[in-house]
Design a protein around this ligand. Sequence first.
Ligand SMILES: [Zn+2]
Length: 178
Amino acid sequence: MRKVNLDDFIYDSGQKQSETKAARKFGEKTAKEASYLKPPIDVFSLIENKYGIKIRKISLNDDISAIVDLEQNEIIINEDKPYYHTRFTAAHELGHILLKHKDRKWKEYSSHISDSNPNKPIEEEANAFASGLLMPEYLLKKLASKQTTPNELAKLFEVSQEAMWYSINNYRLLNRFI
Ligand SMILES: [Zn+2]
């Protein structure tokens, strides 16, 4: 694993938009910088290769989606969760790391992983980051058209249909499909 100084990537909140909007933009910037030209965003490789954090998948209690341990430099993902959920979780944890929300170790409750039902500002921001990273506006705009449907895009981007509909509404792209 490459030695990486995570501080090089930490978010610097210079401008004050709404924090969630800024977090979404930061997620999108992260995808752009990795030069993704088409979906899906390979979030597991990105975390391992760019940030030098190991992804390990094991079976965990159902109410836990992940355990992050930056002392061991790893994110443990609950492999019993649906594939799309594990991807969104990994992106959400990268959000917490880059937005400096947490300390060195934490447990992620499954109830925190969703774009539509946040229960704390930092969870809302981590979800917005994940959403921006996995469904960046520049890729969605390229692909949203009458030739496809939001649910087909969800498959292409490897996200849940719920997450895709949320992003499409957020970027006001629904009229492109009609
Ligand atoms: Zn969280």
